[in-house]
Write a protein that binds this ligand. Structure first.
Ligand code: PMP
Length: 360
């Protein structure tokens, strides 16, 4: 088989070593005679897998002791409802949003069912080409929390700063598509969530990191399985958790630790992103339309100046083993997602093809 590189936005490439280990352990995990998929979530085997995954994620992100790590289900989109249900305290209370692209847009729409939404800043008029400067945000006095999407997977916009909020208003961040790609000061956030299918593991696992004092405020309509307090009290096992997904996530965390942790990943991610943006910026054959200081290191959308060549570009890419480069249908063009598990060789192969296709 030709070597392939998978640039999908998610579900996305996973480290080969992780898949190889999972394959080797598929039928018999550590002499237990069972596949991880067949184990009771309450048995000692799975509990050891679960607890190691929790501890490794805590170590990787230096999660302080007064935060719970929950492994939930339902994906990033479910958290758009679950977070307001759990954090507004009183239905209809104000929540502040920063609208930076498609995913924060979806969060705003969903939260409006449970909260009164204030869009404190938006880059919609600029076609979501930047994160609005914090000085321009019009935050409410009494918001239950401030919601951000710190990496917009479709628009290719990433925060390069941690916002500061007055008083004790918690910051909530959807980090689905860049969690573990760079160090983050968890203590600056009240809650961080992310679907697993980009930098963590298979779709189905949803990670929530939440500060203790935000638990226990769920609206009465909150389903018990989505009540953070209930989930935390039951070590994410109020209902059967996505056990196999948690196992793979745990292998990814071990892999990340072997790579040197998130600081080492950040270094590599900067190198990979710079390599790709340099090729896109070399002349006007390709275009990335995001302001320099807001460019994502993970998801890099780009357009061909001559869009009639799109199909030929994608066909040529596929022939070279460069897969899933088509942009999201809502914005068109191309997109290269270069998560932690994408090696620099993959980015170099894409850059070589970009140069060849542009006739450079
Ligand atoms: N937020 C972000 C930033 C995303 O990239 C995605 C998925 N691409 C979602 C939320 C939605 O995640 P899910 O499909 O797991 O619900």
């Amino acid at each position: 088989m030709t070597k392939i590189y998978n640039f999908s936005a998610g579900p996305a490439v996973l480290p080969k070593e992780v898949l190889q280990q999972a394959a080797a352990e598929m039928l018999d995990w550590h002499g237990s005679g069972m596949s991880v998929m067949e184990m009771s979530h309450r048995g000692p085997e799975f509990l050891s897998i679960y607890r190691a995954a929790e501890a490794d994620l805590r170590e990787l992100l230096s999660v302080p002791a007064n935060y719970k790590i929950l492994f939930m289900q339902g994906g990033g989109l479910s958290q758009n409802a679950v977070v307001p249900m759990n954090l507004v305290g009183t239905a209809g209370r104000t929540v502040d949003f920063v609208h930076t692209g498609s995913w924060s847009g979806k969060s705003i729409k969903e939260a409006a069912r449970y909260a009164s939404v204030n869009v404190a800043a938006s880059s919609q008029a600029e076609h979501f080409s930047r994160v609005p400067a914090q000085e321009s945000w019009k935050l409410s006095q009494d918001a239950a929390y401030v919601h951000l999407c710190t990496n917009e997977t479709i628009d290719g916009v990433e925060y390069n700063f941690t916002p500061t909020v007055q008083g004790d208003v918690p910051l909530v961040a959807d980090m689905s598509s860049h969690i573990l790609s760079r160090p983050v000061d968890v203590s600056k956030y009240g809650l961080i969530f992310g679907g697993a299918q980009k930098n963590i593991g298979p779709a189905g696992v949803t990670v929530v990191i939440v500060r203790d004092d935000l638990l226990g405020k769920a609206l009465p309509i909150t389903p018990s399985a989505f009540n953070f307090q209930t989930v935390a009290d039951n070590e994410s096992m109020f209902n059967t958790p996505p056990t196999y997904g948690i196992y793979i996530a745990g292998l990814v965390f071990q892999w990340l630790k072997k790579q040197g942790g998130v600081a080492a990943m950040e270094k590599r991610n900067i190198e990979k992103a710079e390599l790709l943006y340099k090729a896109l910026d070399a002349d006007d054959f390709y275009q990335n339309r995001v302001a320099q200081d807001s460019r994502s290191r993970m998801n890099i959308p780009f357009y061909l100046r001559d869009e009639s060549k799109n199909e030929a570009f994608l066909a040529g890419a596929k022939a070279r083993g460069l897969l899933q480069l088509k942009g999201h249908k809502s914005v068109g063009g191309m997109r290269a997602s270069i998560y932690n598990a994408m090696p620099i060789e993959g980015v170099q192969a894409l850059v070589d093809y970009l140069n060849e296709f542009a006739g450079r």
